[in-house]
Design a protein around this ligand. Sequence first.
Ligand SMILES: [Zn+2]
Length: 226
Amino acid sequence: MTFIKPNRHIEKVFIHCSASDYPQHDNVETMRKWHLERGWQDVGYHYFIRKNGQLDVGRDLEKIPAAQSGHNKNSIAICLHGLKKELFTKKQFESLIDLCKLINKAYEEQIVFRGHREVSDKNCPVFDYQKILGLSNFGEMDFAPNAQPTENPSNIYQETLKLTSRGAAVLALQKLLNQKQQIALVEDGIFGQQTKSAVMAFQEQKNTAIDGIVGPVTWHCLTSND
Ligand SMILES: [Zn+2]
C-alpha cells in the first residue's frame, strides 16, 4: 500500500460505509457503476475497502470526491463495504488503519479524520471509526488504533445455520431475509421459530429443499441478485 499526496490541498479524510452487505457489491466497480448511473463523472470515493481487506482505488485523488455533501472540498473519501456494524471485518479495519496512517504520515499529522455522520444526519459509518483509528475529539490520530471488531465474521455466508444457531451469521441471515422478502424479522442474531419459518418460505419460493436449514444452496440464493 502506498499513498502519494495529490496536488490539491487536503485538510480532512472522511470515512464511509457502503450500506450493503451483499458479497456481489463488494468491489469498487459496482459502486462506480451506481455513481455513473447517477450521472456522476466517476465513483464518489477515492478508496473502497472490501470485506477481505483488499483496497480498491476509486476516484483520482486529484479530483474532489462526491461523498459528503457540502464538505467535499479539501477532502479524501474512504468507503468500507458493509451495512451491519457486526459484519465489518478485522481485515477491513486493518486496511483502514494502514491507509490512514500513511495519509497521516504524508501530511505530517496536519490532517484530521472524520466520519461522514459528523457532517450529515446519515448514520455513516456505522462502526466506531474513532476507536478503530485512535482518534482524539479533534479527529487526530493520537491514540493506539484497534482493529478488533465486535465479532470476526470470516466465512459468514458459509456457516450452516439452523434452529437455535446464534451470532453474526444469523444476524446476516435475518438482515438478508428482511431485504429479500420485505418482512420484518427481529434482527437479534438468534435463529428462532420466526427465522426458521422465514427460511422455509424463502426455500419454497426458490424451489429448493424446504428444511429450514441454511446451507450452501440457501446462502447462495440469499446472496444472489435474482
Ligand atoms: Zn457516507
